[in-house]
Design a protein around this ligand. Structure first.
Ligand code: PGA
Length: 248
């Protein structure tokens, strides 16, 4: 039985004060849920969020990291920095990073390996563009992304990775994939992982859907057999809306 995981991806939003208020506003509302709750925020918020979340089950995550531990990489953040402030998750390979910051399958793989090495759990994002979907190459695209991302990941770690299937055309557009379309691709991703490892690993890996998830569609999405959670941008920015997602 996989434990559902709902993660907010705050992108380049929120201040420290807003983040603290947010955590205070949701902490009662998430009590007793078996859903794992993660907030992925800008780096400068993480330490204060970790403190604000003390004594709750809210986990804190980053949205990116470098693949080296240290070195002459001006402006970058390493896994050691994330570990130091108690982050437990890191989003890796979000399509916005692939698109605007030249992230490649190779750098995604290196980041994944480095995060795992230090016990920070990656939320690995994969997904196709609209052109790829229309050309019928969705599965081909995600297969390549998944295979490249997992290269060199040991079986005992692979099961811990969270994968987020995020069709790029559904992100921030208000146009979510239908739950059955999302489930079909997610089921396929699970079969790829089974091929790379074993059914034991693929049954353990949690796979989220992301792309215009909101309080109105979350229940249907979460009812799909292979969808284990959601990675949510816009609808994760308001405490009331985020609570509705967690308590789907
Ligand atoms: P959205 O973003 O929920 O605003 O579509 C999802 C994401 O980018 O992870």
């Amino acid at each position: 039985m996989r434990n559902p995981i709902i993660a907010g991806n705050w992108k380049m939003h929120m201040t420290i004060a807003e983040a603290e208020t947010f955590i205070n506003d949701i902490k009662e509302g998430i009590k007793g849920t078996d859903v794992e709750v993660v907030l992925c925020a800008p780096f400068t918020l993480l330490k204060d969020m970790k403190l604000a979340a003390e004594g709750t089950d809210i986990k804190i995550g980053a949205q990116n990291m470098h693949f080296e531990e240290k070195g002459a990489y001006t402006g970058e953040i390493s896994v050691l920095h994330l570990k130091e402030i108690g982050a437990e998750y890191v989003i890796i390979g979000h399509s916005e990073r692939r698109q605007y910051f030249a992230e490649t399958d190779e750098s995604v793989n290196k980041k994944l390996l480095k995060a795992i090495e230090h016990g920070i759990m990656p939320i690995l994002c994969v997904g196709e563009t609209l052109e790829e979907r229309e050309a019928g190459s969705t599965k081909e695209k995600v297969k390549l992304q998944v295979e490249k991302a997992f290269a060199g990941v040991a079986p005992e770690s692979a099961g811990e990775v969270v994968v987020a299937y995020e069709p790029i055309w559904a992100i921030g557009t208000g146009r979510s994939a239908t739950s059955s379309d999302a489930n079909e691709v997610i089921e396929y991703i699970r079969s790829i992982i089974e091929g790379l490892y074993s059914s034991e690993v693929s049954e353990k890996v949690r796979i989220q859907y992301g792309g215009s998830v909101n309080p109105g569609n979350v229940e249907q999405i979460m009812n799909e057999a292979d969808i284990d959670g959601a990675l949510v941008g816009g609808a994760s920015l308001e405490p009331s809306s985020f609570l509705e997602l967690v308590n789907f």
